[in-house]
Design a protein around this ligand. Sequence first.
Ligand code: FAD
Length: 476
Amino acid sequence: MVTIYWMRNDLRLTDNPALCFAVEQGSVLPIYIHDTGVEKECGAATRRWLHDSLLSIDSALKGNLRVFKGEPLEVLNKLVADLKPDAIVWNRGYEPETIARDTKIKSGLQEQGLKVKSFNAGHLWAPTDILKKDGTPYKVFTPYYRKGCLAASVPRFPLQRPAKINFVETAVSDAVDIEDLNFIPKINWDEQMMRHWSPGEQGAKDRLQAFLDGPLFNYKEERNIPAVAATSRLSPHLHFGEISPNQVWYAVLDKCEQQGISVEHPDVDCYLSELGWREFSAYLLFHFSDMVTENFNVKFNKFAWRSDNQQLQAWQRGKTGIPIVDAGMRELWATGYMHNRVRMIVGSFLVKNLLLDWREGEAWFWDCLVDADLASNVASWQWVAGSGADAAPYFRIFNPVTQGEKFDPQGEYVKTWCPELKKVPAKLIHKPWEAKTDILRACGVELGNDYPEPLVDLKASRQRALDAFAELKNVS
Ligand code: FAD
């Protein structure tokens, strides 16, 4: 029996339900299709990651991954005509566009008499499985996670990597080389970024192990400190399915057992609940597909976002004159990643202090993040803007100075990414505009020359945001 196994964001051999099913049937042709028809193309950073991840999985498959470019239905129809397979299998994606595409493909293939099977491999709980008692979807995280997910069922236990895969030996036409997907940028901006990462299944396992052996049991406190590597940095690996959330979940439980620590330990509970936020984001997008572009809270449709390209560019380039914001934006540019606490700070600054549309921030993150993930990105941006489900209330405006002083008290994070401020004393590092000119001069900084003046006055822009958001209260 010949089975085509269509790989997507499940680039791993361990805990792979579709692959295991295909292997049990007989011989397997693993394929990857770069879908050229999608509305929202991958961003530049994820494309770069994907290039290495495909090379890595192809090598794990002993060079048997066949890669195609085009409309998936056309590619699959051609393969079906050439190969006459018995079945086609894949692991499901839950994004609205993927579901619409896959539903159409599934029925098209079934009409041709093929066996088509899809599996949930990327989520601890399939979004279809969790509903409130009245049959409607949850909109608030805590009841969704605690009452809906944890009370419903334990996550599926990870599957073993298949001991042996029999590959289809027939040659296939139209396959391309991974290089032909042109995911490597023509201008070499990616070298510095890729130094921070090791895409692929092994890279993911190494990251997980380092986290379990190190920061896990300090997670709750330290995860908010951007100068400390206290989080798992598994997000791009999870996005591309180089590791499943189930593997991470059970590895954490195993570690607790080995150490004799309860799974209710606050650090463990907090870490697992962050995986829960990933689930919740996918769940929201599945049930409320409009939120990719539309405000979850329709009151925000009346909100008059400003438009200011100069300020947007200053934010994108890390030149706002607000050190913690600039450090975050520069970390993002240099590494394809930004610490979660800082994502919230730069997000709040964009949508509240600058009053620029959350969709501008979402688009920039989409292009620059190696973990850019439609559900997590959109849900998080709407959360920051206050327009999302279970969102931060509009009047919660992060003050970047107090946030910096609280979470980066010595300014280590700022100094790493804004080295021109290296000599500024800790008490002024988050507000250099308050320093006397001669103090700054002694630190080698002249505002407006070595480092920007603040783009906006924080107090006045905060009040402007409060006034603008307060008007939403009157919107029916
Ligand atoms: P850890 O702290 O180690 O957490 C473990 C895992 O849990 C993460 O790898 C991630 O998969 C998941 N997770 C943690 N926090 C969240 C969260 N708030 N929402 C959803 N999942 C979470 N995350 C993405 O994966 N892709 C995005 O495109 C993305 N965009 C974001 C945009 C904004 C404005 C904000 C505020 C957050 C965004 N996040 C996004 C969520 C979060 O910042 C990252 O998941 C986290 O920083 C990744 O680092 P980590 O792997 O070390 O996380």
